[in-house]
Design a protein around this ligand. Structure first.
Ligand code: NOJ
Ligand code: NOJ
Length: 494
C-alpha cells in the first residue's frame, strides 16, 4: 500500500483518480448535510443554510449547528462558488448569511445579541438555542463567520459586477456585529475549538486577527472609517499577543497559554490555514513547520496503527494518522470506549488532512518564491531527514560555515538557490510526504468514501460521528491545496 516515495509523485494514476473521486464525494457529503434539503438532513426541521455537523443523532449526537463547523464549511463553498459561479451554491451561501442573522439574534445561554450571545458555540438545527451545559463561550465562532461572509461579499461583488457598497446591509447588520464582538472580547478567555479548555488560544487569536484584518478592509470600503481604525488597532494588539504562543525552549507553538498540556495541537495548523497571513504565521512560517514536525513525531509513537508503520521508507519519513493533540482522551462518543478499553483519543480524519494541507501549502510557497530556500535551526528537524538522501546537498548550499541570524531568533544553517536541484528534489519529496497523509485517509475510509470524525487507533476502523461535515471539508480543501501546489511546482520546472 505504501509505495516508495519517489514512485508516486505525478505517476500514480490510481491514487490521482482516487483523489478526484474522494474529493467529489466529499463535496457532495458537505452539501448533503446542509439544510433544508441536503440528502442526509431533508425533512428533519433543518433551517435553510444550516450546516449540520453530522447526521448522527446518537452516540454521539452531532445533529446540531456549530458556528465553527458551519463557517469553515461555508468558507470552502465560497471558494467553490468563486471558481464555478454556480447559482445554487450562491443560494446556499445567501441562506447561510440569513441563518447567521437569525442565530446572532437568538438569545442563548451565552447571552443576547449585545450581551455576549455571539460567543455561543452551537444551536439547534432549527435555529433555537441549545440549552444544555457546554464549554461556552467559544470566541473563534464570530471571527470565522466574519471571515467567511466578508469573503463571500467580496467574491459575489466581483462575479456580479456589483459595487461593494451594495452589500452595506450585510456588512452593518451581520459582519459588523461579529467584528465588534471580536474586537471587544479577544483578550478575554473562552473555550478552545475542541470545546474543552478555557483560556487564550492560538487558533482563536489567529482567526480573530484575520477577521479584523479582512473585516477592517471591508469597513473601509463601506466608508466606515472609524470602525476600520478601531479594528486596525485591535488587530495590531492581537498580533502582539500571538507572539506569546511561541515556546522557544520546546521549539514549537503552544495552543493554549498557561496550560499544563504540551501545547502541540492540530489546532496550530488549522489556525494557520484559517487565520494565518503573509506576515503572521502563514502555513510556510518556521513556527508552523516546526510545530507540524513536532506534532507528527508525537503521533508517530502514540497510536498502535502508526507504530506499525515503518518510520522511514527509502530513508524518507513516512506519514501517519494524526489526532487532535497528544493528551486527547475523547474517543468519539459517550458509549464508544476505545477498542483497547482505554480512554485515549484516536487519529482524526480532519487533523490528518490538515497536515497534508499544510505541507502542500509549503510546497506551493517554496515553488512560487523568488527568495533562496532557507533552513534554520528551527526548521532543520523537519527538513534534514529529506535532505540526507540528496548527494549534492553541500554543493548547492550557499551558507556553509558562518551561520547568520534570520528574523531575530533563528539561525540560517543552509540557504539554497531557488532553482537548485536540491530544492527540486526536496519539493518532490515533500509532495510525496503530504500525499502519504492523504493515503492514510484512503486506507481508513470505507468503500463508498465516507469520512467519520475519527479512526480507531488500534484497528483503523472509522469511529466517532459518521459523515462529519468538517472531515469532508478538510479533505476537499487539502486536495484543492494539492492541486495548487502541483501547479506551482510544475510552473517552477518550466
Ligand atoms: C464533545 C466535544 O465536542 C469534544 O470536543 C470533547 O472532546 C468531548 N465532548 C469531551 O469533552
Ligand atoms: C467536536 C470538536 O472538538 C469540535 O471542534 C467540533 O466543533 C464539534 N465536535 C462538532 O464537529
Amino acid at each position: 500500500m505504501y509505495l516508495p516515495a519517489e514512485t508516486h509523485v505525478f505517476e500514480d494514476a490510481d491514487f490521482e483518480h482516487w483523489l478526484d473521486v474522494e474529493s467529489a464525494y466529499s463535496f457532495n457529503g458537505i452539501l448533503a448535510n446542509i439544510g433544508p434539503d441536503g440528502a442526509m438532513v431533508a425533512s428533519k426541521g433543518v433551517r435553510a443554510g444550516v450546516v449540520v455537523a453530522s447526521p448522527s443523532h446518537k452516540n454521539p449526537n452531532y445533529f446540531y449547528q456549530w458556528v465553527r463547523d458551519g463557517a469553515i464549511t461555508m468558507r470552502a463553498l465560497v471558494d467553490a462558488y468563486a471558481s464555478t459561479r454556480n447559482d445554487s451554491l450562491r443560494d446556499i451561501l445567501m441562506a447561510y448569511v440569513d441563518d447567521t442573522h437569525h442565530v446572532q439574534r437568538t438569545e442563548n445561554p451565552s447571552g443576547a445579541f449585545e450581551s455576549g450571545g455571539l460567543g455561543e458555540p452551537k444551536y439547534e438545527v432549527d435555529g433555537t438555542p441549545f440549552m444544555d451545559s457546554w464549554g461556552r463561550p467559544q470566541r473563534d465562532g464570530p471571527a470565522l463567520r466574519a471571515i467567511t461572509i466578508t469573503e463571500f461579499v467580496r467574491v459575489d461583488a466581483e462575479l456580479s459586477g456589483k459595487d461593494i457598497k451594495d452589500y452595506k446591509n450585510i456588512y452593518s447588520s451581520i459582519i459588523k456585529p461579529d467584528l465588534e464582538y471580536v474586537s471587544k472580547s479577544w483578550a478575554s478567555p473562552g473555550f478552545d475549538l475542541w470545546e474543552e479548555v478555557n483560556g487564550l488560544h492560538f487558533f482563536t487569536a489567529l482567526v480573530q486577527h484575520r477577521a479584523l484584518s479582512v473585516g477592517g478592509q471591508l469597513a473601509l470600503s463601506m466608508g466606515d472609517a472609524g470602525a476600520a481604525e478601531w479594528y486596525r488597532i485591535q488587530e495590531h494588539a492581537i498580533s502582539r499577543l500571538l507572539n506569546a504562543f511561541w515556546d522557544e525552549e520546546r521549539c514549537h507553538l503552544v495552543e493554549t497559554l498557561a496550560s499544563s498540556r504540551s501545547g502541540l495541537d492540530a489546532a496550530l495548523l488549522l489556525g494557520s490555514i484559517h487565520g494565518g497571513s503573509e506576515s503572521l504565521f502563514p502555513t510556510y512560517s518556521e513556527e508552523i513547520v516546526a510545530s507540524l514536525d513536532a506534532l507528527v513525531k508525537d503521533m508517530r509513537t502514540r497510536h498502535p496503527i502508526n507504530v506499525a508503520l515503518p518510520e522511514n521508507e527509502n530513508g524518507l519519513p513516512v506519514a501517519v494518522g494524526i489526532g487532535r493533540y497528544p493528551e486527547d482522551v475523547y474517543s468519539g462518543g459517550d458509549e464508544q470506549s476505545t477498542s483497547d478499553g482505554n480512554d485515549i483519543g484516536n487519529p482524526w480524519f480532519l487533523c490528518t488532512s490538515t497536515v497534508a494541507h499544510t505541507i502542500y501549502d509549503l510546497v506551493n510557497y517554496i515553488s512560487s518564491s523568488d527568495e533562496p530556500f532557507v533552513i534554520t535551526n528551527v526548521t532543520a528537524g523537519f527538513y534534514l531527514p529529506f535532505l540526507l538522501s540528496i548527494d549534492d546537498l553541500f554543493e548547492d548550499s550557499l551558507i556553509k560555515a558562518a551561520a547568520h541570524k534570520y528574523k531575530d531568533a533563528s539561525m540560517v544553517l543552509f540557504s539554497f538557490p531557488k532553482d537548485s536541484k536540491t530544492v527540486d528534489t526536496l519539493l518532490k519529496q515533500l509532495i510525496a510526504y503530504a500525499d502519504g497523509f492523504m493515503r492514510i485517509i484512503r486506507a481508513h475510509t470505507d468503500s463508498e468514501g465516507n469520512l467519520s470524525e475519527q479512526f480507531d487507533r488500534n484497528t483503523g476502523y472509522m469511529r466517532g460521528a459518521p459523515r462529519l461535515t468538517w472531515s469532508f471539508e478538510s479533505f476537499w480543501n487539502a486536495n484543492k491545496s494539492r492541486s495548487e501546489a502541483l501547479k506551482a511546482y510544475k510552473n517552477r520546472a518550466k
